[in-house]
Design a protein around this ligand. Structure first.
Ligand SMILES: Cc1cc2nc3c(=O)[nH]c(=O)nc-3n(C[C@H](O)[C@H](O)[C@H](O)COP(=O)(O)OP(=O)(O)OC[C@H]3O[C@@H](n4cnc5c(N)ncnc54)[C@H](O)[C@@H]3O)c2cc1C
Length: 280
């Protein structure tokens, strides 16, 4: 494993905001994870940083990357075990090569498999857990466990893994036959059209409240396009916050607070952040 001290985290978050971390550990083999967790201080597991907002001040903690744990292992019978660090796009590519079906709706989500499993990510009515049969995790006592899907609690954008701060090492997926290339192309095209992909962002800032859409509530509150310093509620997709190049951590926090206040005022609804915010 590689241990990098005083590591600049700016490029590790897709928002391109981040300060200097005490330590950044890159785990190169799965069995190094326990040692890394024991070495680290206030550990934070980082995938592609596409859902994580980092403070741009000192980060007095250890970030652990599993990006090199990115294997795909065939288990037979349309079942594969996938390392947590694999880019989700690579899993979609693999599904195409093997004529597997089930997660096409998620094509274009820029995270890692571990990041998606952690929060049960999804799109267009499909969630990653739809195709999962088991997850290999490290629990709060640093024990490695393989947990069957039926023994794990998960709902919309929330899992027991997140609640208990477990580490995802791998996930086992079972697919149907018949890869749907047209769906993948359609979803990728829609993302190009509807997401501000030319600017740093973290995807949807807020979860959709039950029976409602955060984007609509933000438009109704008159907040689309609103700015705070270098941070802006995207004019392309109002549930995205974009960095115009000069946004600070504080700009983004202020903008989030103001959007929540205005939405509460106009609709009575309390928005809840989908993004993960690392304050120190
Ligand atoms: C343009 C854009 C579009 C997006 N569209 C969608 C979408 O349609 N649907 C959707 O659900 N999300 C979407 N997202 C958000 C994001 O891509 C997902 O949440 C993704 O799952 C995050 O993965 P990541 O590897 O980048 O996680 P990170 O941002 O690195 O981490 C996010 C959280 O997961 C935890 N984590 C990461 N890996 C592990 C692990 N191995 N074990 C334990 N915890 C871990 C981190 O500690 C952190 O708390 C989008 C983001 C962007 C920028």
């Amino acid at each position: 494993m590689k241990i990098l001290k005083s590591f600049n985290m700016k490029e590790q978050s897709n928002m391109k905001v981040g300060g200097i971390a005490q330590e950044f550990i890159v785990v190169e083999k799965k069995d190094e994870i326990i040692e890394a967790l024991e070495l680290g201080n206030k550990n934070f597991i980082l995938g592609n940083g596409t859902n994580t907002l980092l403070n741009d001040d000192k980060l007095n903690r250890t970030f652990i990357s599993l990006k090199e744990i990115n294997y795909i292992k065939e288990l037979g019978n349309n079942t594969v075990e996938v390392g947590a660090g694999l880019d989700f796009d690579k899993l979609i590519e693999y599904m195409g090569e093997h004529n597997y079906s089930g997660l096409e709706n998620l094509a274009g989500i820029p995270g890692t498999v571990g990041g998606l499993v952690f929060m049960n990510g999804g799109a267009y009515g499909t969630e990653i857990f739809d195709c999962i049969t088991a997850v290999e995790i490290v629990d709060e006592n640093n024990n490695i466990k393989n947990i069957k899907k039926e023994d794990l609690k998960f709902t919309y954008r929330r899992t027991e893994i997140q609640e208990k701060s477990w580490v995802v090492l791998s996930a086992t997926f079972k697919f149907e036959n018949g890869y749907q290339k047209d769906i993948v192309e359609d979803r990728m095209g829609k993302r190009q059209e509807r997401h501000p992909l030319n600017m740093p962002n973290l995807g949807s800032t807020f979860k959709n409240p039950q029976g409602n859409f955060s984007a609509k509530l933000i438009i109704d509150a008159g907040m689309q396009g609103f700015t705070k310093g270098g941070a802006q509620v995207s004019t392309v997709h109002p549930n995205f916050i974009v960095n115009n190049g000069t946004a600070t951590f504080q700009d983004i926090l202020d903008l989030i607070r103001e959007v929540k206040e205005k939405v509460k005022e106009t609709s009575g609804i309390e928005l809840e952040e989908e993004i993960i915010i690392v304050k120190d």
